[in-house]
Write a protein that binds this ligand. Sequence first.
Ligand code: C5P
Length: 227
Amino acid sequence: MVSNPTFPVIAIDGPTASGKGTVAQLVANHLGFHYLDSGALYRIVGLASLQNKIALDQGLALAEMTKSLRIEFKENNIYLDNQDITELIRTEEMGLRASAVGAVPEVRLALLSLQKSFLRAPGLVADGRDMATVIFPNAVLKVFLTASAKIRAERRFKQLKNKGISANIDILLSDLLARDERDTQRKDAPLLQAMDAHLLDTSEMDVEKAVQKVIFWYQKVSKEVGI
Ligand code: C5P
């Protein structure tokens, strides 16, 4: 798994609403590492494709558009062309659109160098679907974080409720299963557990425990490789 990295990367992949974003962010804060939310990038491309009315079969046009996007992550907010789009990209609709543009190989290629540019000293926690398998195959620690579909739908339901957004749990569950299906079945960089990844099933685990587990694995491997 380890190949003498310049700066350490912790890659955390998993299906939608598994809680990997929260866990990844907390691990990054704890270690003082940078954080890459790669799903946000696909959501931004999804949003921009709708704003620019570019269809999903227009791979080259989508790639051109992706490369020209002016994306900024500042503190906890995300900006596209100086417009704060933090909340706009968090809707279910944008999640589905992200999954659709994520199945376009030209879009994945266009996002490659931007994702890699997040790796800076002292290290990076990267969350997504293909962090361990494609973007950072030399990550010192790879984690596949998941939970049952029912639990994930319940978590998403609670999240939306806390934001005052009404939702139907059955619709959430079927949207989530549709997204899982597309993410695991696509040809290019499908969602899958890397051979050398630790499996972390959080169905019966709270966030704090999951964070501790990842930090424990990281401390163990950093001792082994002498980071
Ligand atoms: O993680 P999040 O739910 O924000 O991701 C939204 C969508 O973006 C996912 O369903 C997936 O299709 C796509 N994605 C991807 N590769 C990544 C991260 C996200 O294809 N590395």
